[in-house]
Design a protein around this ligand. Structure first.
Ligand code: PHE
Length: 347
């Protein structure tokens, strides 16, 4: 007689331990099915075989062995069920699916190229001690023109092609009215960048838009000179466009600065040799600037005998075209995810 018959309870314990180990390491539905048949099968199952001997045992042995055999059967059944559930979770998740199908593209948000440019401009000036100031797009005629020393009937008023809102209000045509707001709120020394949207009754074309951004900057202190203006703006251009970038200043006119100068950078597309983007000049204008006109200081109550200052206004939409080689300003307004998607990695 085998030892299984000698001590059926010990034999069942060994059988159960063996079954548990084999179920745990079984892989796949078929392997589990085979183990179920081997241990619990109706005809030749090894636990079933023990149960079949019960009628031939005396009542006390029948009770003890019967208990052990039923426990073993229940334990193995439960383990088989758990193993099968784990198998279904593992394999069933992909059942009926085509695992070679390409993943569906997930759209991620991107920061608009103009916003990237604005933030970069402000960040460069922040390193030089400039804080950031914003103000309303609906402005007073006084802040937008009069306080900035535009004489009434001045041709520049026509140049700005203003959207008037009535009752002395308008959509600001530039960010320069923010200079007035800052100088009427804070005492010098002042160093501030002022980004914002501006509005002019222009038609859309490749380089113009009726709604566009500007970043204004203003520095007011004792002893500020035109040298500071040139140095700060040249430094900025090299930081923004690259170390080797050449810049030049050309005399200009604004009612609120005297003297005034436009800054041009070497064309980023042809690097000075001339191309359609720079109208074959090799240069591109990116900002207007100048020394704050003493009349403006008087209008805001700052003593022009004591203080001097410089200001500029630059166009981030245009700079985004240069920076990213975008051929048409209208692309920056189309909200086409195919453009924005190219800036995801810049975030
Ligand atoms: N506001 C002027 C414009 O829109 C730019 C400018 C700003 C010029 C500050 C000088 C100083 O063209």
């Amino acid at each position: 007689m085998s030892s299984a018959s000698a001590d059926p309870v010990a034999a069942l314990a060994a059988l159960r331990a063996e079954a548990e180990a084999r179920i745990r390491s079984a892989v796949g539905r078929e392997a589990l099915q085979q183990l179920k048949t081997e241990y619990l099968g109706r005809k030749a199952g090894r636990v079933t075989a023990v149960l079949k001997t019960l009628p031939s045992l005396d009542p006390e042995a029948r009770r003890v062995v019967g208990q052990a055999a039923n426990d073993a059967k229940a334990a193995i059944e439960r383990l088989l069920e758990e193993a099968d559930a784990a198998r279904v979770a593992l394999e069933g998740g992909t059942a009926g699916r085509d695992l070679t199908m390409p993943a569906r593209y997930a759209w991620r948000g991107a920061i608009h190229p103009v916003t990237l440019v604005i933030d970069e401009i402000c960040a460069i000036f922040a390193e030089l001690g400039f804080s950031r100031y914003v103000g309303p797009e609906a402005e007073t005629e006084r802040n937008n023109f009069t306080a900035l020393n535009f004489p009434p009937e001045h041709p520049a008023l026509d140049m700005h092609d203003t959207f008037y809102l009535g009752e002395g209000k308008l959509l600001r045509t530039h960010t320069s009215p923010l200079q007035i707001r800052v100088m009427e709120t804070y005492q010098p020394p002042i160093r501030v960048t002022m980004p914002g949207m501006c509005y002019r009754r222009d038609a859309f074309d490749a380089s113009h838009a009726p709604v566009f951004s500007q970043v204004e900057a203003l520095a007011v202190d004792e002893g500020i000179t035109f040298v500071d203006l040139k140095a700060s703006l040249s430094y900025f251009a090299r930081r923004f466009f690259g170390r080797e970038t050449r810049v030049r200043f050309r005399p200009s006119f604004f009612p609120f600065t005297e003297p005034s100068a436009d800054m041009e950078v070497e064309c980023r597309i042809c690097h000075g040799s001339g191309c359609p983007a720079c109208k074959n000049t090799g240069w591109m204008e990116i900002l207007g600037s100048g020394m704050v006109d003493p009349n403006v200081f008087v209008n805001v109550g700052i003593d022009p005998e004591k203080y001097t200052g410089w200001a500029f206004g630059m166009g981030p939409h245009r700079m985004a075209l240069l920076r990213y080689g975008i051929p048409d300003i209208r692309m920056l307004y189309d909200a086409d995810v195919r453009l924005h998607d190219q800036f995801v990695d810049a975030v």
